[in-house]
Design a binder for this molecule. Structure first.
Ligand SMILES: [Zn+2]
Length: 180
């Protein structure tokens, strides 16, 4: 499985695909709202392979940078059960960064709470804990449903979620004004 993240000056948006075929790349590009030449993009990504088994890399696209990362299915499944879809790219990025700084750490818990992503780790490694805090901070700006830029919203029953205006309207949530 691969996570494709479109990084623009305004937001980070991710989709997952099972295989990195031209067809899957084309569909992912549509979801991310970018136009790419899938064959050309696949070639350019291939040029940045980190090693022959895992296709990973980044390439410039019209709206920003497209980052492609391979994840194993068990990791993706672990997060999919705990984290809303819009934050999947965020936690997978966090996971990759954690593996690099503190390979032995495990997740005590990962969950949405009060409209932000909470990550609890079995470590006192300050860099790892810092990465988790950073992910929590970033989650406050990412729609947990679709991955677009988001802010804190509230359901009619007082449930907090970070949402973009479109998802908030669709779900009947209202914006929570920080100053209010
Ligand atoms: Zn949204």
């Amino acid at each position: 499985m691969y996570v494709l993240t479109l990084l623009t000056p305004a937001h980070a948006r991710s989709v997952t695909v099972n295989e990195l075929t031209e067809q899957a790349l084309t569909a992912a590009a549509q979801t991310l709202d970018i136009t790419i030449d899938a064959a050309d993009t696949a070639r350019r990504l291939a040029a940045t392979y980190l090693d022959s088994r895992r296709v990973e890399g980044r390439t410039m696209v019209p709206k920003g940078i497209l980052i492609v990362r391979a994840v194993d299915d068990s990791t993706a499944e672990f997060f999919r059960r705990r984290v809303p879809a819009g934050w999947l790219g965020l936690v997978l990025e966090l996971d990759a960064a954690l593996r690099a700084v503190d390979p032995d750490t495990t997740y005590t818990d990962v969950k949405p709470k009060w409209g932000e992503l909470r990550v609890y780790l079995s470590t006192d490694n300050e860099r790892a804990l810092g990465l988790a805090r950073e992910a929590t901070r970033r989650s406050r700006t990412i729609c947990e449903v679709c991955g677009a830029a988001g802010t804190l919203h509230k359901s009619p029953w007082g449930w907090h979620r970070t949402l973009c205006p479109k998802c908030a309207a669709w779900m009947g949530h209202t914006a929570v004004n920080d100053e209010g």
